[in-house]
Design a protein around this ligand. Structure first.
Ligand SMILES: [Zn+2]
Length: 295
């Protein structure tokens, strides 16, 4: 099984190298791959029609459990720039990039970010740090600046185009931050229970507290004792909403909601799907659900 998958990868690599040699002259857009949907959105916002952005993680998939396909490899091999979250999130892509792409520039958006240390319940992929920092819009501004910098280096002739687009998008992120801060201020409770530990940076920014996390580790079923603890937290907080997430099965959250006499709302920390395709739309979608639960 493993062996045959490797064979498929190398076949994919072979064809992708072949393709990149035959098609690279056909257009002069900067080829960019981005690991998750928020990064692909930032990459397009800054790059406009000077870049060709490919998203690696399919919408609806979880980066914590994703297994790449030969197509992933082909896409990476054609890229000039690889935009990533880092902090262990792309454990499934890093080896592929090293194998497939010669001369690709990796833009690790976690560079310079004050990362939160993940506790034992919150370890994700390979890292000991919590990788979900993109859910803080002010950190997102720094990510956009890193992307702009990388574009300007790769394509200096268009650097003022990138700078202009980055600054108008940053104005949008600044407005988003103000909107979230203003809405959270009106919440009657500042504590909530989430499905997986994605909301620590968001909570730190806006003065919220994650009182409990349903999933004990990526893909892990919570124990009966852990579920009891979650139910106690929900009762204490007088919250009748259990948050699930669109990248995971809602089955466990539904069982807990039944027990708590509440209902399930689906947060989305990644987006890239209908009605929350863009990062800003996704954040507004999450804010509206939190307001329903805590407002
Ligand atoms: Zn996550």
């Amino acid at each position: 099984m493993k062996l045959s998958r490797n064979k498929i990868f190398f076949l994919g690599l072979f064809f992708s190298l072949f393709l990149s040699h035959t098609s690279s002259a056909s257009d002069n857009k900067l080829k960019v791959v981005a690991s998750i949907a928020p990064l692909a959105d930032f990459a397009r916002q800054v790059g406009g029609d000077k870049v060709d952005v490919i998203l690696l993680l399919p919408p609806g998939a979880s980066p914590h459990t994703y297994e790449p396909t030969p197509r992933t490899m082909q896409e990476i091999s054609q890229a000039k720039i690889f935009i990533k979250i880092g902090a262990g999130l792309e454990f499934w892509a890093d080896k592929l990039v090293a194998a497939a792409a010669k001369g690709v520039v990796a833009v690790d958006c976690s560079r310079g970010v004050a990362l939160i240390h993940a506790n034992d319940h919150e370890k994700h992929g390979a890292g000991n740090t919590d990788p979900h920092y993109w859910l803080d819009p002010l950190i997102a501004i720094g990510m956009v600046k890193k992307i702009e910098e990388a574009y300007a280096k790769a394509d200096p002739a268009d650097s003022s185009y990138f700078a202009q687009r980055a600054s108008s998008y940053i104005a949008g992120l600044t407005a988003l931050d103000k909107q979230i801060a203003g809405t959270v201020k009106t919440f009657r409770t500042r504590e909530y229970v989430t499905f997986h530990p994605a909301w620590n940076y968001f909570s730190r920014r806006y003065g919220l507290t994650v009182a409990g996390v349903i999933e004990e580790g990526p893909g892990k079923e919570p124990t009966a004792r852990h579920i009891d603890r979650i139910l106690r937290e929900l009762r204490r907080l007088k919250i009748r909403v259990v948050f699930a997430e669109t990248q995971f099965s809602p089955r466990m959250a539904e069982a807990i909601a039944r027990e708590a006499g509440g209902r399930v709302l689906m947060l989305d920390p990644i987006g890239g799907q209908k009605e929350r395709a863009s990062y800003i739309d996704m954040m507004r979608y999450n804010l509206a659900l939190m307001k329903k639960a805590m407002g």
